[in-house]
Design a protein around this ligand. Structure first.
Ligand code: GRF
Length: 199
């Protein structure tokens, strides 16, 4: 009896290290499989990594839409829905999405953000945590809602901030934790389990 897997589309803009860890987790008895890796950046390093893993790839370059965010998102939706994904995982995807896009994927879109939300929404999260003299930093996986980096938190992983940390050294400590957290949350989310994961 063939098992039908949930299908996960992963959206990236850069190297795609989170995409790789997600794709590598979706094997064996995992209830999902990656169906698409899409980037808004034509030369994104993650596209080659996805292709090497045998995953379908697509590019929808936001620069082709000259600031017309609606047209860009229509092209995104058209490309994504060709693969009929059950879940969308944003993984280093660096475009702000409008309520139109978010509504289209309501309840089935995740994002990973490199801070302990609700602290430090937006950019430069590690630098801000260091400047605030926080004792710890980390990452959060949340459902995507219209509020930027504001949806229900499904998991977090924490790391200490060390006295001589820079944004780069802290990012390097957080990134492996992202690679552990995101797959753990996704595995639950694809079967409707939103029990919070704390690592
Ligand atoms: C990561 O820090 C992630 O938290 C943020 O983008 C960075 C790069 O991610 N969203 P990746 O290596 O492209 O997955």
């Amino acid at each position: 009896m063939s098992v039908t897997h949930k299908k996960v589309a992963i959206l990236i803009s850069g190297g795609g290290s989170n995409m790789v860890s997600l794709a590598k987790s979706m094997v064996g008895d995992h209830p999902a499989r990656p169906c698409l890796v899409l980037s808004n950046v034509p030369g994104a390093g993650g596209l080659n990594k996805a292709a090497d893993m045998g995953i379908a790839t697509a590019v929808v370059d936001h620069k082709d839409f000259k600031g017309d965010r609606e047209a860009f998102e229509e092209a995104l939706i058209s490309s994504i829905d060709t693969y009929a994904p059950d879940v969308i995982a944003l993984a280093g995807f660096m475009r702000i999405l409008t309520p139109r896009f978010i509504t289209h994927y309501a309840g089935r879109m995740l994002n990973i953000h490199p801070s302990l939300l609700p602290k430090y929404k937006g950019l430069h999260t590690h630098q801000r945590a260091i400047e605030a003299k926080d004792a710890e930093a980390g990452c959060s996986v949340h459902e995507v809602t219209a509020e930027l980096d504001g949806g229900p938190i499904l998991g977090q992983a924490r790391v200490p901030i060390l006295p001589d940390d820079t944004a780069d050294t802290l990012a390097a400590r957080v990134l492996p934790r992202e690679h552990a957290l995101y797959p753990a949350v996704l595995r639950r989310f694809v079967v409707g389990d939103i029990t919070r994961v704390d690592l």
